[in-house]
Ligand binder design. Structure first.
Ligand code: C5P
Length: 483
């Protein structure tokens, strides 16, 4: 049977295929396969590559990366630091994805990374020798670690192991990778990957918060099966296409050439539902998709803010250029919010569960044949009220959401007073509105000055309009004044 080699296609065709592939979030091989399958009359659904944890790229919302007709890393210089974890094999694919987007990629590998993938493989994909040693006379003579650090537009660390994150957070510089990270002035994007217990550990979360405060942007980690058999949880490295999207966004639209209206501001957003465990396999949840909160985080980043998004379990991708902290329960969310303070603005859009079970089972509950179990519920902490009423760390502008199914405005006004926030974005989430999980939203903005009813808009447009209002509030110093 004849075989087709993409490398041997003529340059024009290759370029067209590269652009189609990048636009659809596929590899060039997958794109070619997709074209052949649709030509043969097969459904595109069948041809779409399976992705166990992230939604298929073609289902992603319109981020800058996906609406741009040409991927935007053209001619940009990226240093990719590969850390020592099993996810290092995905970083080889990441080199290709970045080069497909026109970036020039220089690879640095830690000693541990070389246990998982070889410098030869990385060099072949990058088109130049990978750097491995701080004290290598050849490469020090050739470029040197300071030039490696300076002659770049972006540094990506993928996988960012717990060890590398700890070294970065403490400014250690004992090898080439950490020396370059300490010497660079370029933005740094990390894609953490580690065992879920290591990710959840307070030390790692402390290091993550430290790195976020230093301006390091994070993509992932995702939840799902781990390479270790039988392990699952949050800790899988983001997929190469997600990392490439975050990288191009950081290089392009999210770092605006002129300072955006929220430049210099730290914005915290909560999004999605929370999951309240009943036992190790069951939980209480709600139908929040995270679309509105994620869109707000993305819009704030585009406006130049330094954004931390604290998200419950959702199926929407991480917004580019945003530090994302993934949590499950309301109590985790409160702890993450408090760790992220101080911030200038807090937009608490998450649908936090009001109750959790009083006694979480340590083992899966069994049917005993003696009737059904009774679940006693206790109230969760109110994150919005806690932050809005904080005496020490209150953000200048605290915005809450009110999802109601009746007398929306009256309930929302009462909530504004009860919770002590500055603004409330209220919407009707009755099933017939299709707002919960849908792409559109009809909201009322409630402040101390009154009620503004916005027309039906896409969730992206609601986000853009809200961020514009926040920018206006800060420019006229009415952020807290309009309370
Ligand atoms: O009380 P209700 O859940 O309707 O309030 C909604 C607002 O309060 C949202 O902004 C939501 O993020 C926030 N909230 C919270 N913590 C809770 C419950 C709600 O921050 N436990």
């Amino acid at each position: 049977m004849a075989s087709l080699t993409i490398r041997k296609l003529d340059d024009d065709l290759k370029q067209q295929l590269r652009l189609r592939a990048a636009r659809n979030g596929r590899s060039m091989e997958d794109e070619a396969r997709q074209l052949l399958k649709s030509a043969a009359g097969e459904s595109s659904e069948m041809a779409a590559p399976a992705r166990p944890t992230a939604p298929p790229p073609s289902a992603l919302p319109a981020t800058a990366e996906r609406t741009a007709t040409v991927p935007s890393a053209n001619g940009r210089r990226i240093v990719l630091i590969i850390g020592g974890g099993i996810a290092a094999y995905k970083s080889l694919d990441l080199i290709r994805r970045l080069r497909e987007r026109g970036a020039k990629v220089r690879v640095i590998m830690t000693q541990a990374a070389q246990q998982f993938v070889t410098p030869l493989a990385a060099s072949a994909l990058a088109g130049e020798a990978a750097f491995t040693d701080l004290f290598d006379p050849a490469s020090e003579f050739d470029v040197g670690h300071i030039r490696l650090a300076r002659d770049t537009d972006l540094v990506i660390v993928a996988p960012a192991t717990a060890d590398l994150m700890a070294k970065m957070a403490h400014g250690l510089a004992g090898d080439l990778a950490t020396a370059v990270l300490l010497a660079t002035n370029a933005p740094v994007l990390i894609a953490p990957a580690m065992n879920p217990a290591m990710w959840r550990h307070k030390a790692t979360q402390r290091n993550l918060a430290r790195l976020a405060a230093d301006g390091v942007v994070t993509v992932g980690p995702n939840a799902g099966e781990m390479a270790e058999s039988g392990e699952s949880g949050t800790g899988r490295m983001a997929e190469p296409l997600e990392i490439a999207a975050a990288a191009t966004a950081l290089l392009g639209s999210v770092l605006p050439a002129t300072p955006g209206p929220l430049a210099g501001k730290r914005v915290l957003v909560t999004s999605g539902p929370t999951h309240e465990p009943i036992d190790p396999v069951r939980y209480i949840a709600n139908r929040s998709s995270g679309k509105q909160g994620h869109a707000i985080a993305e819009a704030a980043a585009k406006a130049g803010a330094d954004v931390i998004l604290i998200s419950g379990p959702v199926n929407v991708p991480d917004p580019p250029g945003v530090t994302v902290i993934k949590i499950e329960s309301a109590r985790d969310m409160l702890a993450a919010v408090q760790a992220a303070l101080p911030v200038d603005v807090a937009v608490l859009a998450a649908a936090v569960a009001d109750w959790r079970v009083a006694h979480e089972g340590a083992q899966k509950m069994k049917k005993t044949g003696k009737g059904t179990p009774e679940l006693t519920l206790v109230e969760n902490p109110d994150i919005l009220a806690t932050i809005a009423k904080s005496k020490t760390n209150r953000p200048a502008l605290v915005i809450g959401f009110a999802a109601e199914t009746e007398t929306v405005i009256e309930h929302a006004k009462a909530k504004l007073a009860r919770k002590g926030c500055d603004w409330i974005v209220a919407n009707d989430v009755s099933p017939q509105t299709g707002i919960m999980g849908g792409d559109r939203n009809t909201v009322h903005l409630i402040t101390q000055d009154g009620v503004e009813s916005w027309p039906p808009l896409s969730k992206t447009d609601v986000a853009a309009q809200l961020v514009a209002r926040i920018g206006k509030a800060f420019s006229s110093e009415v952020g807290t004044g309009s309370r």
